[in-house]
Design a protein around this ligand. Sequence first.
Ligand code: SAH
Ligand code: SF4
Length: 417
Amino acid sequence: MTVPIADLAPFFGLRPAPSATRPRDPRPGISGLTPDEAVAWAGEHGLPAYRARQVLDAVWRGRQASFGEVRTLPAAVRDQLEEAFRFDTAGEAEVRLADGGLTEKGVHRLSDGLLVESVLMHYPARTESRERHSLCVSSQAGCAVGCPFCATGELGMERDLETAEIVDQVRHAQRRLAADGRHLTHVVFMGMGEPLMNLDRVLGAIEALRDPARFGLGARHITVSTSGVVPGIRRLTALAPQITLAISLHAARNALRDVLVPLNRRWPVEEVVAAAREYAAATGRRVTYELTMIDAINDTDADADALAELLRGDLAHVNLIPMNQVAHTPWTGSPLPVVERFADRLRAAGVATTIRFNRGTEVGAACGQLAAEHAGRPAPAVVQRRRERIVAQSAAALRGERSQEPAPEPAGGEEGS
Ligand code: SAH
Ligand code: SF4
């Protein structure tokens, strides 16, 4: 028996082989089809249009897990569908619970063997808000941006996900919820990958999620988080969907942000904030700024003041999230009193600020922190070298020196422009 190299990779501390060398199922995912495409497919196969409607109903509303279970369709049609499409492109290999059942991490195996993760978070009803069920989805396997505090960044880039591979994470969560008579209320693009570097597929997924004939989720219940791909933000602005835009800012000063978000070397912080401002103006929607708080790195009074200066008067909201420990960095999350002091300073300057905590940390399910365990464990010497490099870079950044290293290149060449 041959064991695929991808399965052995973790034992040798290797990254899995690039996807170009891995065979993929050539059949598209059925959930990537628009209603018009479904009708066209039915027509081409001599089927009446209502068959397309039945297929979409099964895909988006049914509890079935395969074409074979869709009993509203004749067996011959089920066979035709099976030959042309995949019912599920993000098979759930495993579901792990955390936070006393309030967080569920789903591990999805794609047809080429790559693993991506989604996180379902339950928020019980409170006096001021109804029950919420929010899914954090992955948009890429790996990520090219390489933020040093992020487990996905450490993986490097594997490949973009297809639209179907994104929405199938949502269909899995919805099927699990529906089994208990519940519904998914929110989707956030904060899992693995940089959504604005796979913008066409992400827009396809948003369209499917919003379409009342498919998933039917309100645009205001969808959040896209970006590390600052300016052409992608501009493209979103032109479309002006009512989705929430979240910017992973982490630092207001360029020297430090060059290190924390390497993409800053291409699109510096003022350009990112200017593009986000245009999005807020075009949509009337408040932009969210995320700051992962790292002890003694980006949590000083000077950082708070620089951020307040940058965002003063903006339609914005800041979320402060203490960093979750990841093995390959020497850093730790900021202590709570430091985060509170930072928040107070921002609020005093008139910037709306909330302190948040990542869910699911005990199963490696924190948003943006996914797939750590699948990356394989690098040799201790490699970890040590990486840590030393991060320390040297951040020491230079804290002295105000900007990085001379080039900005990361998006793998597929798409920058959302
Ligand atoms: N690539 C996009 C979306 C995925 S990352 C982006 O960067 O915005 C989602 C969020 O998780 C980002 O705000 C990221 O900064 C955060 N994150 C990543 N690693 C983290 C860690 N170790 N602790 C806390 N937050 C982290
Ligand atoms: Fe990529 Fe976001 Fe992680 Fe940065 S934080 S490496 S952009 S997934």
